[in-house]
Design a protein around this ligand. Sequence first.
Ligand SMILES: *Cc1c(COP(=O)(O)O)cnc(C)c1O
Length: 249
Amino acid sequence: MSDELHTEVPGETGKTGDCASRLLLVRKRIGEACLRVGRDPGEVSLIAVSKTKPVSMIEELYAAGQRLFGENRPQELRDKAAVLPGDILWHMIGHLQKNKIKYVVGTSALIHSVDSYELASAIHEEAAKRNTGPVSVLLEVNVAEEASKFGLHSEETIRLAKKISGLSNIRIQGLMTVAPFVEDPEQNRPVFRELRELSVDIASENIDNVHMSVLSMGMTNDFEVAVEEGASCVRVGTAIFGSRNMQVN
Ligand SMILES: *Cc1c(COP(=O)(O)O)cnc(C)c1O
């Protein structure tokens, strides 16, 4: 395993013990956002995004009951999964290159970042080769159409969902988006709303093998707005683990 899994200093105050209390705070904020819009907090999964952070911090959160963790680099996900308890559900949330698929098929509970037929097809083949059974994925949509981001444009998404539905080892479970970095999280409300509307449109097509039960949207900066707009899954790193030294994509 690479050194960086062990060397990074823990959160803002420098005490690892803070992770678990920050986790509780994030859970509380999710609960409050649910209350504001009449949602059941049990409908929202919290993925603790542990990228660049050491195994010791994940262990602390595990001890506090957290089971869903997100990573954005395939090898890092594999390395951490190898040394941590087997009942952790690993979420692959970062851009995936075809040659890295082998690290995450069979290891990840959900791959959030499928944005092409070629990638889906390569995942399908890896699953067949390894006999893992169907792989759950989300289609990543670049709702705000930022040039710097991966993901499909909204209008391509239905077409791709139909095409991928023919791959027997792939189960599309929903949609994911990485919203723009904004000063005021309210600015992302229309982005989240558009993703939800898109998922309703796709669901109404009743495509075989395609479910729209997961809406993965919202990060540290804007997860409460995402929950208000129907997120079923928020991906929160900084608010739980403290800031990251490196920006890794
Ligand atoms: C890093 C990352 C997150 C978490 O970001 P924070 O702002 O630290 O909460 C969520 N989603 C994806 C795809 C990421 O790469």
